[in-house]
Design a protein around this ligand. Sequence first.
Ligand code: CA
Length: 327
Amino acid sequence: MNRRPMNRRPLIALVAAGCALAAFPLAAAGDADGPRRDPEPTWTPGQLRFPPPPDNPRFTTLRKIEARALRAAGGRLAPFADRAALTIVRSTEPRCRNGWLTVGLRNGGGRPVYGDLAAEAGPLQVSRPVFSTYLPAAYEARVQLRITVPPQVEAGGYRLRLRTGGERLTVPVTVAAPGPGQDNLACGRLVTASSDDPSGRFPAASVTDGNLNGEEFGVGNGWNDGTASRWPDTVDVALAAARPIGKVVLHTVDSNRYSAARYGLRDWDVQVRTDGAWTTVARSRANASARVEHTFAPVTADAVRVVALGSNDGRFARIVELEVFGP
Ligand SMILES: [Ca+2]
């Protein structure tokens, strides 16, 4: 894996927020995994060759939708979301008051089209108010959407409204006051890593920025160590004070291009610091998932450390977010 995204040929146009038309980068002619030919796009229904995922993390993979979803869409463009409702914990630290879901639009018609998906959740904020894409017949386009709770917004019930053409979809969003063990104690806290990639595109501080979007790995969200194929690597999070903790959640890289099973962190220990001494409280071995939750007997600690021992490609430690919770 080359950690630096490569130049891609423009294939599809996408209008991001602000409706500016942008070139849609696609497959590389080759990368560290071996040479790969660009697909020849033929947009005739039934003959479309599926393009590999774009490298640019701002864009989403197109994939063929199921016959059932086609029928449900009634032969038209329709918005969709990957969950029926969303709950966001109103964390003590404002920057971690956000939730994620996958949304998109489906083309249930018989012809390729350009489609717009509008997303609005006032007074909550959405990371992408407009998602617009070329969409072949019988395809869907997906994008990760972040819903952020502004500081002045209190706990309560809100709604995410999705709209494409005349079709609408509403997703209830509950903003909940943090209950026991729900406040992420790592959010916004100081991070210290054993090494950093010199490019500056994998800042260790992004491990506690509340951003869980693996698609932004390599463009500012997620830590990548700077010592290829050398282990262990460590990343420490200093808590505000000594606190009882009982759960640590590690998010490794997992995106359309860089799957956890191929590039994610595989083996690690979780340590906590009490009175200056580090103790191992949890271990992960042979992991292939994007998210791993460790629960352990409550312990009072003022810092948490991940000792990275191996990744699925054997090259680098990659962590998108580290969350720490009380018991
Ligand atoms: Ca992050």
